[in-house]
Design a protein around this ligand. Sequence first.
Ligand code: HEC
Ligand code: HEC
Length: 333
Amino acid sequence: MTNLFVAVESGGSGAAVPIILLVVALIGFAVAYFVVGPGKNRQGPKRHGDIPLSMRPYHSDEELETTGMERAMAWGVAFAVFSALFLPLYWVIEPNRIAERNNDFYEQDVAAGRQLFQDACASCHGVDLGGGSAPNPDAEIAAPWPAPALNNIVARYEDSEVVEDPYELIMMTLENGRPGTPMPAFSVGAGGQYSDNQLNQVAAYILSIQTGEVPEVDAQAFVGRSGEDLFADHCARCHGADGQGVVGPTLQNLYERYGVGEGDDPEEGREVARQAILQGRYVPGFAPMPSFRQVLSEDAIEAVIDHIESFQTTGGPRYGQIGGPPAAEGDDQ
Ligand code: HEC
Ligand code: HEC
């Protein structure tokens, strides 16, 4: 995230420093030229006009050894003191100045991001970023589509094996939206209304107010609920009410696709499902499957897998209604 602010910094006042150095160097050169360079003064007083340059009288030995030398030494000391003070001072002050500038930019970004968020995101994700919901794009499905809490997104993905960088996940999601889900695309390139800079500001805002807390799974809440019900609540919006596949792949032929045939040990198929449910799946630019480790209890997950196992058939493609990400289409792993 810091890259963002360094980039802003060097694009702004960073360019002024070389120009100032150049101007100072030019002035220094001009001064030197007129003081000691081959300027008019070197020709000496008019009365020596007829004496060759190399033979004209200059300062007397006495003067050279006293005032002249002292003046030269005084200049030397002055420049030495200047260098000795200025360079370390610059070295001490500059990082601090840059940090302060970065901080100013950062605070401006966060303030702008807060406003952009309240305008465009709060209706679904909550004014306090605590999460909310949106109507399902499929009008026949009454259950709303949960919009995840964003004030703990860093903590939620901390142990994730599929999402390495929450900042990237946020930017990717904002730029492309999540086709097939209610999450719209916001980048101008994808038909949205926000520039890349504005999306960075929204991301900076989201990352600035992380609570770091992930709610505990309440195992009691799932006691007595059937795998079928849990599947309807948590999986059907992406995998279809019958596991036929919508945004996510069909699960009806899951075991077959992973080489678990009739008469084989179903545990291998269950393990594929278990890992997908625990880790989630991340397909950049496509609706990823969230991890349910922080949503469902262990028993609830096994109940959902029982349900998936109950509707296994053979044949058919991997993806259902909407189709998969281009890279995954047709590969049958
Ligand atoms: C119409 C409702 C809606 C609006 C408006 C909306 N979102 Fe979303 N957003 C969602 C839904 C629903 C999801 C979950 C999609 C899914 O299941 O994959 C989501 C997912 C996300 C995610 C991914 C979270 C995660 O844990 O995977 C981020 C980040 C996000 N939205 C940020 C934003 C930001 C920032 C804005 C405003 C610029 C915004 N959203 C506007 C509904 C919305
Ligand atoms: C927001 C959408 C979404 C939700 C909700 C969701 N999934 Fe997924 N799921 C996906 C996507 C997308 C993939 C495929 C990713 C890929 O191509 O690897 C997937 C993959 C899977 C896989 C692996 C399938 C395969 O062919 O490799 C299983 C098993 C699975 N999901 C089970 C579930 C279960 C069980 C639930 C509910 C507890 C659930 N999913 C909820 C989107 C979702």
